[in-house]
Write a protein that binds this ligand. Structure first.
Ligand SMILES: [Zn+2]
Length: 156
């Protein structure tokens, strides 16, 4: 996720993301939000709900990792969890299952990845955009000559 969006989350929920400056051996939050911007809203809403239920001080919940799972869904790890807060995290995970990781369009579906990154949740449009298959390019090329006659203007 780009740093501008990351900073918005850190500024709005400083205590929940307090481990972002902790050493990486104890918390992976130092890596930042390891997913694309389409899930920003899910993460924002999740953080807001957790903050509403959280106790204050040392035993307040702290998010220690946010990343994309191998199956393409959102994975969130946290410390000092209570059952209602664990439910909020499960909810965010379920929402990510149908939300495009790139543009937040719903419904999006799991696409099996061709890279080592694993699967991704993406809408049809983003799926085409990120695919590197030569097929769409070839189709575009064959369209061009057919379109040409329409653009000829005959002046008298
Ligand atoms: Zn999309």
């Amino acid at each position: 996720m780009d740093s501008q969006l990351e900073n918005k989350l850190y500024e709005r929920f400083p205590h929940l993301y307090r481990e972002r400056s902790a050493p990486l051996e104890s918390s992976r939050m130092g890596w930042g939000f390891q997913c694309d911007a389409g899930w920003y809203k899910i993460i924002y809403e999740m953080s807001k709900e957790i903050q509403r239920l959280a106790v204050s001080g040392e035993f307040a919940p702290a998010i220690t990792e946010v990343r994309k799972n191998k199956d393409g869904t959102l994975y969130v790890e946290a410390r000092n969890l209570t059952p209602p807060i664990a439910d909020i995290i499960t909810n965010a995970h379920e929402k990510s299952r149908l939300t495009c990781e790139f543009c937040s369009y719903q419904p999006a579906f799991q696409r099996s990845g061709t890279s080592s990154e694993g699967a991704k949740i993406a809408c049809g449009r983003c799926c085409v955009k990120t695919r590197t298959s030569p097929h769409p390019a070839r189709r575009k090329g064959s369209k061009r000559p057919r379109r040409a006659p329409d653009t000829i203007v005959v002046k008298r």
